[in-house]
Design a binder for this molecule. Structure first.
Ligand code: BGC
Length: 369
């Protein structure tokens, strides 16, 4: 591939260089990436570029705060490694994601990194990429029932266990509500599985009762709000604990608790260490979040993608079955964060600044340096 790329005439190379530069513009602009179906300059011609490696990233969404970090860190690292990067985000739409992936494939990306909106519906992306000899890395979320080449994520069952464990420590007895993520996202099922690993034995012992459990469509906070309202209504507000699958859904659940004057009175979990969530933790309205160092996953993905594009082998020490094959996998460690270790985790890592996290908290309660 590199050989015929190199055999192109100078004029074409100049034209194509221009195309790749425009393609980069898409990467650094979140709005464009979120809504635009096009990588500008992304014609078939882009395929015959100057011989430079091109990595494609097909994202579900940029809605949650974390995904913008994923995109930015990934893109910067790919460029640092001397390759081009093209990113498209599908705004939570399966058909859009499929056609954006096709676009990236037809533009001649060397490796495709996919964060699927829908674990099952994204499988054809893998087939289409493989037809063109392009390897696919499933990023953070698993593409199910496909021959996807690699899966790079966190230990997501562990994430769910950490969430439930932290809540059980605060509420060893009582009525539990589980506010899940998107049913279409394999991660949402693993988070729930992890949470239930902790909660089920306690329910069987009779210590706790799971009075409500629901997924929240597309991880939307407004869906979580509705779920939490339903849970409270169905139980006459007799709820002692909430395990919410991420910070967005925690935000929705906390809004419903606020309307009933229950905020801060019962524990609520989350995930992602979103700024709003770590502020709630500092203020005492959310109990915990799970911090997944985005720097680690995005950097690793960029390194893997560029290595694969060069034909190098990538070591993946785990296997995760996706319903069709055991996918070579790398699973990074999540970190449970509560008020007592905010300073030693997200702040120390530079994920957030102390003045942002503790913005609404009197200065005498800020962590001592
Ligand atoms: C990710 C979470 C994220 C959620 C919603 C999950 O697949 O692992 O970090 O909060 O999607 O985007």
């Amino acid at each position: 591939m590199m050989t015929w790329k190199k055999s192109l005439g100078l004029g074409t190379a100049a034209m194509l260089l221009a195309a790749s530069i425009t393609g980069c513009g898409v990467v650094s602009n979140g709005d464009q990436a979120a809504s635009g179906g096009k990588t500008e300059g992304g014609t078939q011609a882009a395929k015959k570029d100057d011989g430079k490696i091109v990595i494609g990233m097909s994202m579900d969404t940029l809605k949650e705060e974390r995904w913008q970090k994923d995109r930015d860190i990934f893109s910067a690292k790919v460029k640092e490694l001397g390759a081009e990067v093209k990113v498209l985000a599908a705004d939570g739409n399966d058909a859009t994601q499929l056609s954006q992936a096709e676009q990236l494939i037809s533009q001649g990306v060397d490796v495709l990194v996919v964060i699927p909106h829908n674990a099952e519906a994204s499988a054809p992306i893998v087939d289409k990429a493989h037809k063109e000899g392009i390897k696919v890395i499933s990023y953070d979320r698993l593409i199910k029932n496909s021959n996807v080449d690699y899966y790079l994520s966190f230990d997501n069952v562990r994430v769910g266990e950490m969430q439930a464990q932290a809540i059980v420590e605060k509420a060893p007895k009582g009525n539990y509500v589980y506010i899940g993520g998107a049913d279409t996202d394999n991660n949402a099922h693993m988070f729930k599985q992890g949470a239930m690993n902790i909660l089920k034995p306690l329910a069987e012992k009779g210590d706790i009762k799971i009075v409500y459990e629901q997924f929240s469509k597309d991880w939307k906070p407004e869906e979580a709000l509705k779920n939490m309202e339903n849970a409270l209504t169905a139980n006459n507000n007799n709820v002692q604990a909430v395990v919410a699958a991420n910070d967005g859904t925690a935000g929705g659940a906390i809004q419903a608790l606020t309307a009933q004057g229950m905020t801060g009175k019962i524990p609520v979990s989350g995930q992602d260490a979103d700024l709003a969530a770590v502020q709630r933790i500092a203020e005492g309205t959310q109990t915990m979040t799970v911090y997944k160092p985005i720097n680690a996953i995005a950097t690793k993905a960029a390194e893997m993608a560029v290595a694969l594009a060069k034909g190098e082998t990538v070591n993946a020490d785990k296997k995760v079955n996706n319903g069709k094959i055991d996918v070579p996998s790398i699973l990074l460690d999540p970190i449970a964060v509560n008020k007592s270790n905010l300073a030693d985790t997200v702040i120390k890592d530079g994920f957030h600044k102390v003045e942002d996290v503790f913005k609404n908290v009197p200065k005498d309660q800020w962590p001592k340096k």
